[in-house]
Design a protein around this ligand. Structure first.
Ligand SMILES: [Mg+2]
Length: 203
């Protein structure tokens, strides 16, 4: 189980690295310009930690530790809010995959709403989690192709949203016309997650 988490985090780190400048550029338009660098720093911290240490009891304590290291190295609101999913994923169970994924998403969404005082439609990474959670419920199973399409559509949709959270809400444009950088990094992390789930299922 921990091997699943390691592969997912390693792959996410690679793709975030490839897209780091693009994410920073989006954040330069509507934020403080460093989101790509920040999320990459967190993921690289996680990867170097599990490459240097082999002793992990179970996925819950493993993901607790990983999310804590990421939270500290990223800092700020994104460190607190973007690591919630990582911590919740410690509870993933391949014997009850669909239900534990659903629980992971609903717990993640509730905690982001409460801790971040952010709602669906505010132009944030929650605008990825919520539609994917709904898609999972609607399909009643894990439909890989539909989920990837939904992630892409949801990301594109953040372009049209007016920001009600973060620095972008203070801009005259409210960030309209620009994809949300946090939603961008989240879309990568979730695509890599479902790719790895798909690989496991086909094994
Ligand atoms: Mg920042």
């Amino acid at each position: 189980m921990i091997e699943f988490h390691k592969k997912w985090i390693t792959n996410s780190c690679l793709i975030i690295k490839e897209n780091c400048q693009k994410i920073n550029m989006l954040d330069q338009e509507i934020g403080d310009g460093d989101h790509g660098t920040t999320i990459l720093r967190g993921l690289e911290e996680a990867v170097s930690h599990f490459r240097a240490n082999n002793e992990f009891d179970n996925s819950i304590s493993f993901m607790n530790e990983i999310s804590k290291l990421m939270r500290i190295s990223m800092g700020g609101a994104s460190g607190i809010l973007m690591t919630i999913f990582f911590k919740e994923l410690g509870n993933l169970n391949f014997n009850d995959l669909y239900n534990t994924i659903l629980t992971t998403f609903s717990n993640t969404i509730n905690k982001i709403e409460t801790r971040g005082k952010v709602n669906f439609g505010d132009k944030s990474f929650l605008d990825i989690y919520v539609p994917i959670h709904q898609e999972l419920i609607q399909n009643n199973l894990i439909d890989f192709d539909k989920l990837i399409t939904k992630i892409d559509e949801s990301l594109e949709y953040t372009k049209s949203l007016e920001a009600r959270v973060g620095r972008a809400k203070f801009l005259d444009s409210k960030g309209v016309g620009v994809i949300d950088p946090g939603a961008y990094s989240t879309s990568i992390i979730l695509k890599e997650f479902f790719k790895e789930i798909n690989n496991e299922k086909n094994n």
